[in-house]
Design a protein around this ligand. Structure first.
Ligand SMILES: Nc1ncnc2c1ncn2[C@@H]1O[C@H](COP(=O)(O)OP(=O)(O)OP(=O)(O)O)[C@@H](O)[C@H]1O
Ligand SMILES: [Mg+2]
Length: 321
């Protein structure tokens, strides 16, 4: 993220679970070379719950350094490619390590180059985002050859690993005993629930922190109970939708000299960024919205996806905040 980017696009709130997650990743990072088997950790949560933001923030604390002897990459972050094969996965990692010849050679040659590069770049922690790509939704099968290959690479380099993804990515660990053995307890990030007092308090504190980071905008007090309820209703309590609505409103307000965000601006932002996905629900930022309405939970938490019979295609409702 660049300095020149609008402040609303750069807002970062270190809410309690964010700090816990960063601490957990740091512990994995520190375990490299300090323990016989480095710590590994899965971080799972719905789309828009802030997983990528957590790992990006952590990586920014341990940036790449261009030394005279070469590039040091303490934290290697990569997104697992869709329907990964050993080839595509190795290429992704080589590319992220800056190998100009990332597509060159067969799988064995790539694996060898990757191990050498990881050693040379002194990689301590490998963070794999979008880990659910290992679980192909359509075929419901897991490419175990890729999982085995991954296990070999990290074992050889004695890396700590953090995997991040949707809940179903845990299937990969469940089905791969050797990989699973290396992983500690799962850290869950998710939507803040309105019906849980602690979550509600944290969500309101989150909104307060966002507002404090945007002093140049006038807006109603976001953390006030009714306003926070509207925001929660609009976003399911997911950070992704919450920020989409606030950033969208800031973009609209930027066109006005006083940069005023009103209920109407928020209603407009909600209509533009979220409403098309849930037309059956009222726009919570209109005056007549009932702030005593029952609180809302994320559809993925409400929706029970039936197991499809073998061979048939599966459809899973997933939101992208
Ligand atoms: N701590 C935070 N403070 C401010 N904004 C945040 C924070 N965490 C996440 N966001 C914002 O919420 C949005 C979604 O976050 P992010 O992409 O990290 O979610 P995700 O869990 O990785 O989602 P997906 O599973 O779809 O990849 C982003 O626009 C991000 O900037
Ligand atoms: Mg992400």
């Amino acid at each position: 993220m660049t300095e020149s980017m609008e402040r609303s696009e750069r807002v970062l709130v270190k809410y309690p679970l964010f700090k816990t997650a960063v601490g957990r990743v740091q512990a994995c990072f520190d375990s490299h070379e300090a323990t016989a088997e480095p710590d590994c950790c899965p971080i799972v949560g719905e789309s828009g719950s802030g997983k990528t933001t957590i790992i990006s923030y952590f990586a920014s604390l341990h940036p790449r350094v261009d030394h005279r002897w070469g590039l040091e990459v303490p934290v290697l972050v990569a997104k697992v490619p869709a329907r990964p094969t050993v080839k595509s996965f190795a290429e992704t990692l080589l590319y992220q390590l800056g190998d100009p010849l990332w597509s060159r050679g067969n799988t064995v040659a790539k694996s060898i180059r990757l191990r050498e590069l990881m050693k040379r770049c002194r990689v301590r922690l490998l963070a794999l985002d979008e880990f659910q790509h290992f679980v192909d939704v359509r075929q419901a099968n897991i490419p175990n050859d890729v999982a085995d290959w991954l296990k070999e690479q990290v074992e050889e380099a004695r890396l700590a690993i953090v995997v991040l993804g949707l809940q179903r990515c845990l299937e990969v660990l469940k089905q791969n005993e050797q990989l699973r053995r290396r992983f500690g307890a799962t850290l869950r990030v998710g939507a803040f629930r309105w019906d849980a007092k602690d979550d509600r308090t944290t969500y309101r504190a989150f909104l307060r922190a966002v507002q404090e980071q945007l002093p140049e905008y006038g807006m109603p007090c976001l953390s006030e109970v009714d306003m926070a309820f509207r925001m929660h209703y609009a976003s399911y309590g997911l950070i992704g939708y919450t920020m989409k609505i606030i950033r969208g409103a800031a973009r609209i307000a930027r066109c006005h000299p006083r940069r005023q965000i009103t209920l109407r601006t928020l209603a407009e932002s909600f209509a533009e960024h979220v409403w098309s996905e849930r037309l059956e629900d009222p726009n919570p930022f209109i005056d007549s919205f009932d702030c005593q309405a029952p609180p809302i939970t994320v559809p993925s938490a409400r929706t029970c996806v039936p197991r499809a019979p073998a061979g048939s295609s599966r459809v899973r409702l997933e939101l992208h905040a």
